[in-house]
Design a binder for this molecule. Sequence first.
Ligand code: DGP
Length: 116
Amino acid sequence: MSTDNCLFCKILEGEIPAELIYESDTAVAFRDINPQAPIHALVIPRKHISTINDIDVDDEAIIGSLYSAARHIAAEEGIADEGYRAVMNCNEGAGQSVFHIHLHVLGGRRLDWPPG
Ligand code: DGP
């Protein structure tokens, strides 16, 4: 999918509203519209990358910054010590529905393993 048709690129551009909770040079986070836990944030890179399969070796710093964002959000939201999950789905078989990579940051309740 091109960036023109990408929902999360539109959020980055401010064309679609979202509750932003974190911003850096490389990453932005906002609350999920359909939360699966009391805390459910999505961390996305400013660069459009469709899936994990499309991550280039040059993107490694960007991907690292998504986890720095997750750590920051967990601390801010008070879930760092009790535990949280930072997970990225890849392609439809794993539940990916928006094709701009995003780290789900989930917490505030018990999270079982394995996921469904
Ligand atoms: P995934 O299924 O892993 O691709 O996750 C996509 C997530 O994006 C899903 O949890 C719902 C969320 N989402 C979809 N549309 C919007 C939107 O317009 N705004 C926000 N904040 N989240 C959205």
